[in-house]
Each structure stands twice: as structure tokens, then as C-alpha cells.
Write a protein that binds this ligand. Structure first.
Ligand SMILES: [Zn+2]
Length: 489
């Protein structure tokens, strides 16, 4: 009965998703408003109205488009309160205009994405073979889909609807918050949470914006990396000069920058900044065991990352341990003249953007300072080195000991018919930290509907409808399980 219902609701949600994704909610970098576009407000207004229709009370939308609603349980005794969260905005990198979603029952072979000329080929996407016989929603190859995070919103709404349709009321108190600026860094979220802390106070938070480790494998994310970014510029001359006329006595800024960058790593690829690893929290035995138990190995990791043959994996640990729980450094961009302007000159300056991904328990400000010191220390040949800070966001980590996790594991096990796993994420989700901080460190359950082949933020984005139904079923189960474990802060 419950399964049929979840399937029906997921079907209804899938239809609604097709409508939501047609509203362009792409983030606009140039905009100085929150949220950044009118399209985001349009969808938020639609959601406000739909939440009211579903039966939520006190539905509001503020000037930044933050939509909230609550619905208390109608029982005499004390029950847990959960706060649900999701976002409407889509990534800025890829167009969200004119999204034309296609529902595909995958029968093998290539998936042709509309008339775009884009094709998902089994040879390039070996994971496709796992999807034979399954239904997907894809794009037409010209835009992203926006399942991140519109599918996440629908999981929440379907769970509430399911309880109201069958039981007539909720077993827990529910609060929901939907926003439109996640992809732009959730700039006003902190303020919003501070102002509405009372209203959003809950015993557990559920954020449906992460993914599963594998299709059909329910996963709870318990660690996110932070990021520290700086720009460095090396200057040696007032203007570029001819390498024949002046080369020899005059130092080359590009070479100086290369030497500075090369000093940042050891021969084995580890970061060579003194003290950088001092605060890195070691994995517990059970954490290391759970990474080892994941259906993954070096060969698969290399394939998924698209690494070329012969290129080495760094770190000497499980690649997912390296990605989730060890810091990493990357030169994101580098510029000294350009390929187009290349000629026989000594460049006057050279520039690079450098990012360090941080992990528990590193201090972002400390990492930033150490990185800047390392860049500025003993400049080769007396060149001028300027460093500008671009940003420092914190990592996030939670133990999974709280009873709310027990409830989530049970709900996911029932919903997916598979044993859930805990995973990390090498990237950052800026809203998670303010959430757990402002709401007093209550358990935060990061679960989601994406699988590794969802390819959020790309024209190849797709949603696996089977997993969408399973995620919906789990979300429905979660309320009952939270009551059972008696999760009260
Ligand atoms: Zn997202």
C-alpha cells in the first residue's frame, strides 16, 4: 500500500518536476539582489502557493524569496520537530532557459538529447548499463535540468502530502524552508536564520541536496570539505619586454610564479606548506572501514574521474578518503600573457588562482594565512608578490551517533531496500554550516536524490525516477522513525 502510494506520489512529483524545471532559475553572478533573478522568485511564489494548497500553515515569503511554512502534528504528546530545507536556484555555469525535459525509458544504447547533437554514449558513460529498464528524465542537451535541487523540494512536499492523504495529519511537527540563493553562496541565509531562529528551531534538520554514492544505494553525507581561495600576482617589470633585447639579466615573472607554485607541493603531491596537516582529524577505524566497504576501487575511481592511463593517484590512501578527509590544493587558473598573444617576450607579470580544500579540524583562517605566507616567502629574484584573499569557507562534519541518524538509516533501508552508507563529499555546500550553527548544532541529515550520473550543473543532467520514488518513500518513513527513536534535542 505504502509502496504504491509512494510510487503514485513520486509520479505526481515527477510531473510537477517537469513543470518546475521549465522555470529558469539560473543564478546570475552579475546581479546584486537576493535571490539573483526574477525567475527564482517566480518559482518561489509558485511553491508558496502550492505549500498552502498542500495544507501547511503560516506560509510566508520574504523579500529575498525565503519561503517558509509549518505544520504541527495533531497529537497530544510531545513529538519531534523537523526542519526541511531545499533550494530552487540552479547553477550559474549552465543555461537554465528553455529547459525541455524528456522522459526516457532506457533500453540500452545511446540516449540522444533532443536536436542538440548531444548524445550520452555507453562507451563514455559506462554507468548507463546500470540504467537499462529504468526511467530517466534528461535534458535536450542544451541546458541543465535543475533536478538539483528541484527534485529535493518535491521529496519534502510529497512526504508531507502522503501523511496528510493517508493519516490526515503528521506524526511530527514539520517546518520547511525553501530558498533561491544556494548556488550563489546563500548570502542572506545566516541573517534569515538568526532572525527566524525561533520559528525554525527543530530537533533535526533534513537537507535534500546531496547525492547517493551509487544508483540505488542510499547515502547520508556526514562530511563536507571547506575551501580557501587566493589570487597571487607576481610582477617583475613595468611592461613586457622583448626576450632577445632584454633576456638574460631580466627575471621572468612567469618563471618566478612557477617556482613559487612548485614550492607548494612535495614530490609525492602532498601540500608542502608547513603546519598545514597539523589539525587534520584522523579517521576513526569504523570510518575507514566504511570507506573500504563502498562499492568502489581505484580502477573505478580513475575511470569516473577520467584520469589518463599512467597518471598516478596521489596520497597512498583510498581515493575517497583522500577526496573527503584530506586537504588538497589546485591551481584553478594561471595567466601570463596568453596562447593567442604568445611571442618572444619576457612577460611583466603572472597571475594564478589557488584553492585549498580543507577538512576537519583545519581552521580556514589559519590555512589562508599559511598559504599567503608560503606564497610571499623569499620571492625568487626579488620579484613583487601580491596576494588577494578571495574567500574562506568552513568544512562541515557530523558524527552519525545521534538517534536521528538511526531513524534515517532505518527509513532509507526501508525506502531503498538496501543497506545505507555514510559518505563524505569533497566539495562544499555553503548553507550547511550556518544551518547547524544557528539552530544550535541539532543533527543535520544530508540526504538526496542524485546518483553519480545525475551530472548536476551540466547539459547531461538527468534524474533516475526509480531512485526518486525510493527517496520519496524514505522521506515518508523518516517521520515515523523519528517518532520511534524519540529524537528530542
Ligand atoms: Zn543543490
Amino acid at each position: 500500500m505504502e509502496t504504491t502510494l509512494a510510487a503514485e506520489l513520486a509520479e505526481d512529483a515527477a510531473e510537477r518536476l517537469l513543470r518546475y524545471v521549465r522555470i529558469d532559475t539560473r543564478s546570475d553572478e552579475e546581479s546584486d539582489t537576493y535571490p539573483s533573478t526574477e525567475g527564482q522568485l517566480e518559482l518561489l511564489r509558485l511553491l508558496r502557493d502550492e505549500l498552502e494548497e498542500v495544507g501547511l500553515a503560516d506560509v510566508t515569503m520574504d523579500e529575498h524569496g525565503y519561503v517558509t511554512g509549518t505544520l504541527p502534528a495533531t497529537v497530544e504528546h510531545d513529538v519531534p520537530t523537523i526542519a526541511l530545507f531545499a533550494h530552487v536556484d540552479t547553477a550559474r555555469e549552465v543555461s537554465g532557459a528553455g529547459v525541455s525535459p524528456q522522459r526516457v525509458r532506457y533500453e540500452g544504447g545511446e540516449i540522444v538529447l533532443g536536436d542538440s547533437g548531444q548524445v550520452i554514449r555507453p562507451g563514455e558513460s559506462p554507468e548507463l548499463e546500470n540504467h537499462v529498464g529504468h526511467e530517466l528524465i534528461t535534458t535536450d542537451g542544451t541546458t541543465l535540468l535543475g533536478a538539483d535541487d528541484k527534485a529535493g523540494i518535491l521529496v519534502h512536499v510529497a512526504a508531507i502530502q502522503s501523511w496528510l492523504n493517508t493519516a490526515g495529519s503528521l506524526p511530527v511537527n514539520v517546518k520547511i524552508l525553501i530558498e533561491g540563493e544556494e548556488e550563489a553562496g546563500s548570502g542572506s541565509l545566516g541573517d534569515f536564520l538568526r532572525k527566524h531562529r525561533q520559528m525554525l528551531q527543530a530537533d533535526a534538520i533534513v537537507l535534500t541536496d546531496t547525492g547517493n554514492f551509487e544508483t540505488g544505494l542510499p547515502s547520508i553525507t556526514t562530511a563536507l570539505r571547506g575551501i580557501v581561495v587566493v589570487n597571487v600576482e607576481v610582477k617583475a617589470l613595468k611592461q613586457p619586454v622583448h626576450s632577445g633585447m632584454w633576456g638574460g639579466p631580466v627575471p621572468d615573472a612567469a618563471m618566478a610564479l612557477s617556482r613559487i607554485l612548485a614550492r607548494l607541493v612535495n614530490d609525492d603531491g602532498s601540500i608542502a606548506i608547513p603546519g598545514l596537516y597539523d589539525k587534520v582529524k584522523p579517521l576513526s577505524d569504523s570510518e575507514r572501514k566504511s570507506i573500504k566497504a563502498l562499492p568502489s576501487d581505484e580502477t573505478l575511481f580513475r575511470k569516473q574521474a577520467g584520469m589518463l592511463e599512467g597518471v598516478e593517484l596521489l596520497g597512498g590512501r583510498h581515493p575517497w578518503e583522500m577526496n573527503w578527509r584530506q586537504p588538497s590544493i589546485a591551481v584553478n587558473a594561471i595567466q601570463a600573457s596568453s596562447r593567442k598573444d604568445a611571442r618572444n617576450i619576457i612577460v611583466d607579470s603572472a597571475w594564478a588562482r589557488i584553492g585549498i580544500r580543507t577538512v576537519p579540524d583545519m581552521d580556514p583562517k589559519d590555512v589562508e594565512k599559511r598559504l599567503i605566507d608560503a606564497l610571499q616567502k623569499n620571492p625568487p629574484w626579488g620579484v613583487k608578490v601580491d596576494v588577494h584573499k578571495e574567500g574562506a569557507g568552513s568544512w562541515w562534519y557530523t558524527s552519525s551517533d545521534a538517534p536521528a541518524f538511526k531513524a534515517a538509516f532505518k527509513a532509507l533501508r526501508d525506502g531503498y531496500g538496501a543497506e545505507p552508507v555514510t559518505i563524505g563529499c569533497g566539495g562544499s555546500i555553503p548553507f550547511v554550516d550556518p544551518f547547524s550553527k544557528e539552530l544550535g548544532g541539532v543533527p543535520a541529515l544530508l540526504i538526496g536524490v542524485e546518483d553519480p550520473y545525475t551530472n548536476a550543473h551540466s547539459e547531461n543532467e538527468s534524474l533516475h525516477l526509480g531512485d526518486f520514488a525510493k527517496a520519496t518513500k524514505s522521506a515518508i518513513r523518516l517521520y515515523a522513525e523519528l517518532v520511534r527513536v524519540g529524537e528530542r534535542a
